[in-house]
Write a protein that binds this ligand. Structure first.
Ligand code: GRF
Length: 207
């Protein structure tokens, strides 16, 4: 079986990257991580990736004259590793329209809220401040507008009265680690069909 080649882009901790690496380590998982790219040389995700024996690359955005040059280097690295799916996992740079157009419907992101509620940053705090009773996480395809692409999978978690940003984030993260590998599996099995902004999940037999 030839596995789908995945490139993971990180900027920090890399726990979602690790969840993907663990899932892809299973004999029956249809994807493999070919490379982990970080825009920050000090990202903990780099060491975590290396401990799985995964190739790592640093493309430090501060070392490039502009976004075009930075993204050109990221693209070069991804292509060098034959990447067929890009997974953003705590990647803190907004990708340009040109970058997104280069990989149409081939970029996934994980976001710690139930989109379209609470796009952007510090979303656990915002959910608590809004008195929301539930939050969760979303895996979605990336489009140029931030956190706005077609939704692939979501998981819901309750918000407890005494939750802090940290306790809520931890509860959500547990679900992130479950649904991101599942979304990658569905993509690799060609079971995701995008119709306008809705993603249909095909049953295994029709894929
Ligand atoms: C996660 O909460 C993810 O949803 C968001 O950034 C965080 C990254 O965490 N996009 P990690 O680096 O995967 O541990």
């Amino acid at each position: 079986m030839s596995r789908l080649k995945v490139g993971v882009l990180v900027s920090g901790r890399g726990s979602n990257m690790e969840a993907l690496a663990e899932a892809c380590g299973a004999d029956d998982h249809p994807a493999e991580i070919s490379v982990v790219v970080s825009n920050r040389p000090d990202a903990a995700g780099l060491e975590r990736a290396a401990s799985f024996g995964i190739a790592t690359e640093v493309v430090d955005h501060t070392a490039f004259a502009d976004k075009v040059a930075f993204e050109a280097e990221v693209i070069r690295v991804l292509e060098e590793h034959g990447v067929e799916l890009i997974c953003l996992a705590g990647f803190m740079r907004v990708l340009s329209e040109d970058f997104v157009a280069r990989f149409p419907h081939k970029i996934l992101n994980i976001h710690p809220s139930l989109l379209p509620a609470f796009p952007g940053l510090e979303v656990q705090r915002k959910a608590i401040e809004h008195g929301a009773r539930f939050s969760g996480c979303t895996v979605h395809f990336v489009v140029p507008e931030v956190d706005a692409g077609p939704i692939v999978l979501q998981a819901v978690v309750p918000i407890e009265q005494d939750d802090t940003e940290d306790t809520l984030a931890a509860r959500i993260l547990e679900q992130e680690h479950r649904i991101y590998p599942e979304a990658v599996r569905l993509f690799a099995e060609r079971r995701l069909r995008i119709e306008d902004r809705v993603v249909r999940i095909l049953p295994q037999t029709e894929a």
